[in-house]
Design a protein around this ligand. Sequence first.
Ligand SMILES: NC(=O)c1ccc[n+]([C@@H]2O[C@H](COP(=O)([O-])OP(=O)(O)OC[C@H]3O[C@@H](n4cnc5c(N)ncnc54)[C@H](OP(=O)(O)O)[C@@H]3O)[C@@H](O)[C@H]2O)c1
Length: 262
Amino acid sequence: MKSIECLFERDGLPRFGLPAGLAAIYGGDFGLARPELYANFVSSVDGVVALPGADESGRVVSGNSEPDQFVMGLLRACADAVLIGAGTFRRTHGDLWLPEAVYPAAADLFANLRTQLGLRPHPLLVVVSPSAHIDPAQPALRDCLVITTPHGEARLRGTLPGGARVAVLDSQHLGGRSLLDLLHAQGLQVVLTEGGPSLVGQFLEENLIDELFLTTSPRLFGRQEGDERKSLVEGVDLGGRLLTLSSVRRHESHLFLRYSRK
Ligand SMILES: NC(=O)c1ccc[n+]([C@@H]2O[C@H](COP(=O)([O-])OP(=O)(O)OC[C@H]3O[C@@H](n4cnc5c(N)ncnc54)[C@H](OP(=O)(O)O)[C@@H]3O)[C@@H](O)[C@H]2O)c1
């Protein structure tokens, strides 16, 4: 794959000193703060991130873009945990939410980076599901934390594989702060959320997302009333919240934007 081109980068961003093979594809060095909560989405030019139907929306929206998959892999490779809502989990079948699962060609480089950063071999998958309406047979649950309610915990009891743990919060509506505190208490400081729009909306409403990585895919989907297509944020009014642009990268007609909280 041709290298991603860096068009703009703000001074003073953290730098890990990426393994050379990763820096060559990414078009430069990369780093994150610790602790940090960061989100990654791919959106069409007209702002659609989620489509109804059986397929996982991100792949459809990105058009199976290889550089987008690389960036997803890199962002996962830097995380203690990958956090998703049950809506996103229910739409993916067989996904392991690992860096190498989305971009296998860089599996060794991602592993080297995790060793360099002193991280556990794989990021922990965390699924937020108050209802616990999730398929316990999904392979990703073999190394996973499910955050649910007492009712959800009762529903899941005895169904999950050995490597899955359950944390219980006593509320149907789980606030972003309580979720983040729970993760920090478990030593999960650098957390990537891959959505979806409802979960990320909750974190944005509480102004808890430090950085947003947004791929703009050169596609238009359009929207019609009641068609269940979603934009990046669902269910909250953010009132024109301002972000700061940290970097812009390009691969052919895909743009890779990095924003930080103002
Ligand atoms: N383009 C992209 O980059 C991208 C990225 C991610 C997802 N997506 C797409 O987005 C769609 C899914 O998004 P979504 O908004 O429908 O679902 P979501 O945010 O993934 O998950 C919503 C579910 O998570 C739980 N949840 C989320 N926030 C909660 C809160 N504050 N309190 C309590 N529970 C909470 C609830 O689970 P229960 O149902 O268990 O109550 C809720 O039904 C899919 O189509 C997916 O493919 C696209």
